[in-house]
Design a protein around this ligand. Structure first.
Ligand code: ATP
Ligand code: MG
Length: 414
């Protein structure tokens, strides 16, 4: 991709009214664009990051047997009436509207009830189980406050997976497998060491739900962690009784600010009983489905990664989710230009993802933009270095510089 072809532009100015670092940087770099508080557009660079995060999650959900689908954003009142969750007193973040004929509709803030309703059409006997499905979809939530940039949207992308199992054993195994899949997701995103599976409220069947909380100053949650035992508990459920159950003492715990990047729920058969979600077992008897629900905040994760890895100069992307691997930049006259063009073609042909700054602007501006945009490697082609047939390579995350020949450059980039 040529920078001259990107329709987005970088800006030095902090967007007015935007207090979250993640949104400030992403807007200044042209990755996202703000519509209103909590509502953002993903421009081409931002979309590439989002798609790469999704792909990592997708691979891991597939690895535990998840099947991808996409539910509707428009939902029926009846779907939610069955559990009482259509009521604004029960769920206070609904966006609702009406059809022309007056029929109530809601914009999906979750798909739990909707998935069950849909699967009822397909599940008849024990032979149909297990069923594990997931999607990436926009959720709509009329959040009271939305000051955390893309970490708290009124419209945001969530990965939600649902498991339907035949018995407790199958259910527990899938729940366990999914925890491991989540750990692999956070490891691949470079967040493993700072992400804790945390005991939290919201357990319907078991006492707790499990949240995945990533240490982050800009997060809105507070948890207490025991590093040695790798145990974490949300402050919302922290009392002596629960601490006793987890076998930890208050004074051994460290208090940290975190962002909830995932939340998984083990419903047992509770939710299926509430919604009459059942199948015929091998004895011909009616049995309720063991149900689980597994969320990851995809756009929130992108915000957390920006918060944690960026520096005073701009964004710093981990290599596997960076929109491009290389920022290629040229300084100088005709020779540098023709050489950079050739190198751009060669790198692209070899399969590298390259963002090529082909603009005729001041070099200082190019360097500043390369740092704001945050690709992991910057390759500079200049008249001066070409005299020795060399290029400069700079790593974004640590500023490490090396001067390399053509072959050394290719070897280094892998
Ligand atoms: P929170 O406590 O932050 O409001 P939640 O517990 O209501 O989140 P869940 O219903 O558990 O959220 O949704 C699953 C995941 O979706 C969360 O773990 C979080 O990562 C993400 N998420 C929830 N609300 C938002 C939002 N408004 N913007 C972006 N991501 C969100
Ligand atoms: Mg939650």
């Amino acid at each position: 991709m040529r920078v001259s072809n990107l329709f987005t532009k970088t800006s030095k100015n902090i967007p007015s009214g935007e207090i979250a670092k993640n949104a400030q940087l992403l807007i200044r770099a042209g990755y996202i664009s703000k519509v209103m508080s909590g509502v953002y557009i993903y421009a081409p660079l931002g979309l590439r990051v989002l798609e790469k995060i999704k792909q990592i999650i997708r691979e891991e959900m597939n690895s535990v047997g998840g099947q991808e689908l996409i539910m509707s954003s428009i939902q029926k009142k009846e779907t939610w009436n069955i559990t009482g969750r259509w009521d604004d007193e029960v769920v206070d973040m609904w966006f609702k509207s009406k059809l022309k004929d007056g029929t109530d509709i809601g914009f999906a803030w979750s798909h739990e009830e909707a998935i069950i309703e849909m699967l009822k059409d397909f599940l008849a006997s024990y032979k149909d189980l297990p069923i594990n499905v997931y999607q990436f979809q926009t959720k709509f939530r009329n959040e009271l406050r939305s000051k955390s940039g893309i970490m708290r949207g009124r419209e945001f992308v969530m990965k939600d997976m649902y498991s339907c199992s035949i018995n407790q054993k199958q259910h527990d195994q899938f729940y366990k497998d999914t925890i491991e899949a989540y750990n692999r997701v956070f490891e691949r995103l470079g967040l493993k060491d700072d992400t804790y599976m945390t005991f939290a409220s919201g357990g319907a069947f078991t006492q707790f739900s499990h949240e995945f909380q990533t240490i982050c100053e800009a997060g809105e949650d507070t948890i207490y962690i025991h590093k040695g035992k790798n145990i974490a508990i949300n402050e919302d459920v922290m009392d002596d009784e629960n601490l006793g159950k987890l076998g930890v003492n208050r004074d051994e715990l460290e208090k940290v600010k975190t962002a909830e990047v995932g939340n998984i729920f083990n419903f047992g058969t509770k939710k299926s009983e509430d919604t009459d979600f059942s199948f015929t077992n091998s004895d011909g008897k009616k049995q309720f489905v063991y149900f689980g629900s597994y969320g990851i905040g995809v756009t929130r994760l992108m915000g957390v990664i920006v918060e944690k890895f960026s520096d005073e100069k701009g964004l710093v992307w981990p290599e596997n989710i960076s929109p491009y691997k290389i920022y290629l930049l040229r300084i100088g006259g005709d020779e540098a230009t023709s050489h950079a063009e050739k190198l751009y073609g060669e790198l692209t042909d070899k399969g590298f993802e390259v963002l090529y700054d082909d603009r005729d602007i001041h070099p200082g501006q190019k360097f500043a933009d390369s740092e704001l945009l945050g690709m992991p490697y910057r390759v500079t082609v200049s008249d001066r270095m070409l005299e020795n047939n060399q290029y400069e390579l700079v790593e974004r995350k640590n500023g490490q510089k090396s001067v390399l020949t053509h072959d050394e450059l290719l070897a280094k980039l892998g």
